[in-house]
Design a protein around this ligand. Structure first.
Ligand code: SF4
Ligand code: FES
Length: 241
């Protein structure tokens, strides 16, 4: 365990925890857009910046990546921290002016209008990589990734086409903070819409009630990885005893 101070309050915390984790556990709010406790931190959005002082040295760090340490002094609200957050959210607002979550966060940080606008359509994607991390670390298929560099950086499937390994589970859509990814079940088909591609997946029909209830690819994947007989999915959860 280590002792640290956050906003003037003293805490004891396990060494492997990050500042963001310790702050959240103790009710101290730090804004985030690319953090999710189920996946490894990535440090993409930079909204979680805080000021740390250690051994007399002061600097600004991303709290989702920075581990706690003995004697660390953390300040989550300083003029410098707030300026950085405002700059970051201005850029995100310029990139994704139609994203409600970005608009709300901008408003909370005192930014109501983008200082400039970008011409290309970014489809609400802020490049937080939550979708790609969930796909890789939680689902285990790596159907999507971030491609290119700099201003050309995008979230994409291989060759911007149907991803042969995607199982259509929609986990990326659930975790996406800006709703840049969505899906809809229409009849016997799931339509998964991503910023640069739309993919369709055939849904499994329940042999008892006739309802279409999950993508066939997803059920095949679960059967294979969990060692369950595929016939176990002939009936939907509602028709099971
Ligand atoms: S699609 Fe959503 S989850 Fe994926 S990188 Fe873009 S904003 Fe993040
Ligand atoms: S939450 Fe830390 S950089 Fe996004």
């Amino acid at each position: 365990m280590v002792k640290l101070t956050i906003d003037g309050r003293e805490f004891q915390a396990e060494e492997e925890k990050t500042i963001l984790e310790v702050a959240s556990e103790n009710g101290i709010h730090i804004p985030t857009l690319c953090y999710h406790e189920e996946v490894s931190p990535y440090g993409a959005c930079r909204l979680c910046m805080v000021e740390v002082t250690r051994k007399g040295r002061k600097r600004l760090v991303a709290s989702c990546l920075y581990p706690v340490a003995e004697g660390l002094v953390v300040r989550t609200e300083t003029p410098e921290v707030n300026n950085i957050r405002r700059t970051v959210i201005e850029l995100l607002l310029a990139r994704c002016p139609d994203s409600e979550v970005v608009q709300e966060m901008a408003h909370d940080l005192g930014v109501d209008k983008p200082i400039f606008s970008l011409e290309e359509d970014n489809h609400k994607c802020i490049l937080c990589a939550l979708c790609t991390r969930v796909c890789q670390e939680v689902v285990g298929v790596s159907a999507i990734t971030l491609v290119n560099r700099g201003v050309d950086r995008q979230m994409a499937t291989p060759f911007y086409d149907f991803s042969e390994v995607c199982i259509g589970c929609g986990s990326c859509s659930f975790v996406c903070p800006t709703r840049a990814i969505s899906f809809e079940d229409v009849g016997d088909t799931r339509v998964l819409t991503m910023p640069h591609v739309t993919m369709e997946f055939k849904l499994k029909k329940c042999s008892k009630c006739g309802k279409y209830w999950a993508p066939e690819r997803q059920l095949e994947y679960i059967a294979k990885t969990a060692g369950i007989a595929p016939e176990a999915f002939d009936i939907c959860p509602d028709c099971r005893d």
